[in-house]
Design a protein. Structure first.
Length: 172
């Protein structure tokens, strides 16, 4: 398909039905979002939060969005500190600590994908339940990996995020 921006220009020049324009803009924004890196998506969400705070003040919804940003910042740092190819290359040869870290890593990766799937925090309809992590945390919390990757801080932020989600306007 042709570039959606040029199609939108035609629609706007020709004064074509605004409803049609709205749908094309929606798809253009969706496609643009999907092409962004995780860091770009994070920065976009961060900017949106600042705008929301400026115009909407404080609310449970804003606090939830703020917690998403705080958690994502820690999460992206966690991913940057792990060399996935090196650390998890051969699962069967990993020691028990690294097997637990492997499982935590991919659950957190899944959570990141859920959080960055859409531009709006309203798109986050689900989070991985904190209970899913509890057993893994208990198995690794007395290890050097727990300290090295700052998992305590990361999961404290995640726990708060999930708690706010359950209280907030987004919860099912």
């Amino acid at each position: 398909m042709e570039n959606l921006k040029s199609i939108l220009e035609i629609y706007n020049k020709e004064n074509i039905n605004p409803d049609e324009i709205m749908f094309i803009e929606m798809i253009d924004k969706y496609k643009s979002w999907q092409l962004m890196t995780d860091e770009e998506k994070f920065q976009d969400k961060k900017q949106s939060l600042l705008v929301n705070i400026k115009f909407d003040g404080f609310s449970l919804e804003i606090e939830y969005e703020r917690q998403i940003i705080i958690f994502l910042e820690k999460l992206l740092s966690f991913f940057a500190n792990i060399n996935e190819q090196k650390d998890f290359r051969e699962y069967h040869s990993l020691n028990e600590e690294y097997k637990i870290l492997f499982r935590i890593y991919y659950m957190l990766y899944s959570e990141k994908e859920l959080l960055l799937y859409t531009r709006s925090s309203k798109g986050a309809k689900i989070h991985i339940p904190f209970k899913t992590f509890e057993d893994l945390i208990n198995q690794i919390k007395l290890t050097s990996l727990y300290k090295k990757y700052k998992l305590k801080e990361l999961f404290e932020k995640y726990s708060l995020l999930v708690e706010l989600f359950s209280k907030g306007p987004y919860s099912p």
